[in-house]
Design a protein around this ligand. Structure first.
Ligand code: UDP
Length: 239
């Protein structure tokens, strides 16, 4: 452990809804700017950071399919949406003086590098923030699964799943005011209790490869820093 930092390499999963803020849809510039400042602060402490960005604030394949669209095409559109978010994030991170590289799982060479595992690792070693967009590059997957996959292949210590809920509860805290938040959960308990931490593909990847998941509320200022310092916020799911 180096001063104020419990993790060496972190994959931070940002859902599209985080970028939308109160707008629910699209990109809220104020939110991204605040986010970029928080990321700048934790980066200063030396943590290696890869961001996996969602696209639900712009487009979701499942939703499009339920409206009668071809699922795979909808999913490709969703993956493109994550690239739009990635570009926005890159812009604001660089405005904070950070060096970033945007990589895409589907090649869009004139705006970003293709995802190349060894290049991504090299960027991280050089303390560049790597933004991973385009999901896994495959339809029928999610960006949660992307985060799990990249965390494993980039040898991260942990996945930070930043959401609007401050952890994993024993029941829906919106419907049940007496709902209890778990501070720590084993993969096994999460499975047995059928708690929804991530989708099943993402969760399986983490379980099989013993990749810890820290779930916390990103909209609260200072939470990201606490998470990097290993302070007990939200819920930690591990072996
Ligand atoms: N998507 C996909 N394959 C992937 C990742 C994402 O097809 O590997 C598509 C899918 O349609 C999804 C959309 O991209 O609905 C946006 O991603 P996600 O829903 O994971 O975003 P988030 O909920 O995190 O904002």
């Amino acid at each position: 452990t180096t001063e104020g930092r419990a993790f060496r390499r972190v994959v931070l999963k940002l859902s599209g809804e985080v970028l939308a803020g109160e707008d629910k849809h699209g990109i809220n510039v104020k939110v991204i700017r605040a986010l970029a400042e928080e990321i700048r602060d934790i980066h200063r402490d030396g943590v290696e950071l890869a961001l996996v960005i969602g696209g639900g604030n712009i487009f979701r394949g499942v939703k499009a399919a339920s409206d009668g669209m071809d699922r795979a095409i909808g999913d490709y559109m969703g993956m493109m949406a994550t690239v739009i978010n990635g570009l926005a994030l890159q812009d604001f991170l660089e405005k904070e003086g950070l060096t970033t590289r945007l990589q895409t799982a589907i090649e869009i060479k004139s705006v970003a590098e293709p995802f190349i595992r060894r290049k991504a690792i090299r960027h991280l070693e050089k303390k560049r923030i790597v933004i991973l967009s385009g999901g896994t590059g495959n339809p029928y997957f999610t960006t949660d699964t992307t985060a799990a996959l990249r965390a494993v292949e980039l040898d991260a210590d942990v996945i930070f799943k930043a959401t609007k809920v401050d952890g994993v509860y024993d029941s829906d805290p919106v419907k049940n005011p007496a709902a209890k938040r778990y501070r720590r959960l084993s993969f096994h308990d999460a499975l047995v209790k059928q708690l929804k931490v991530m989708d099943s593909t993402a969760f399986s990847l983490c379980l099989d490869n013993k990749m810890p998941i820290q779930v916390f509320d990103m909209s609260k200022e200072g939470n990201l820093k606490k998470a990097v310092q290993g302070k007990p916020i939200g819920t930690l799911i591990d072996a």
